[in-house]
Design a protein around this ligand. Structure first.
Ligand code: HEC
Length: 109
């Protein structure tokens, strides 16, 4: 019985290593590509991704890479949905899924 368990673990590790169980990361890639499109369409007029390049709002380069915590992701999600200062709210224009894709993209910038 114990041997079965070892075999299962061995098979599972092999599958993970070969990417057969790695579906979620494939889905993530799609999210990031979708997020890039949304950024271009909705954010790039006012935000650059180049470090220190300020447009209407400041550069979002490394904004989430430097602060990857769930809390700062929540904060950015709220800013996108509700707007802040001179930034308009996007909750009527972007679905929660689109905002998630945007955040997945921003985390890599
Ligand atoms: C019309 C211009 C405009 C657009 C479009 C815009 N923003 Fe902004 N954004 C701003 C301004 C201006 C600020 C600074 C707001 C303030 O504090 O007064 C800001 C602030 C932010 C902040 C907070 C930055 C920080 O470090 O405090 C984030 C995050 C952000 N924007 C993300 C986005 C995303 C993502 C989009 C695309 C969905 C977007 N913005 C679209 C103008 C814009």
């Amino acid at each position: 019985m114990k041997h079965c368990l070892y075999w299962l673990i061995a098979i599972a590790s092999t599958l993970t290593a070969t990417g057969l169980l790695a579906q979620p990361s494939g889905a993530k890639q799609e999210n990031v590509a979708e997020g890039a499109k949304i950024f271009k369409r909705s954010c790039s007029v006012c935000h650059s991704l180049r470090p220190n390049q300020t447009k209407n709002g400041r550069s979002l380069s490394a904004a989430l890479r430097r602060h990857p915590s769930a809390k700062s992701q929540e904060r950015v999600r709220r800013i996108i949905a509700e707007g802040t200062g001179n930034m308009p709210a996007f909750k009527d224009r972007l679905s929660p899924d689109e905002i998630s894709a945007l955040i997945a993209f921003l985390k890599q910038q």
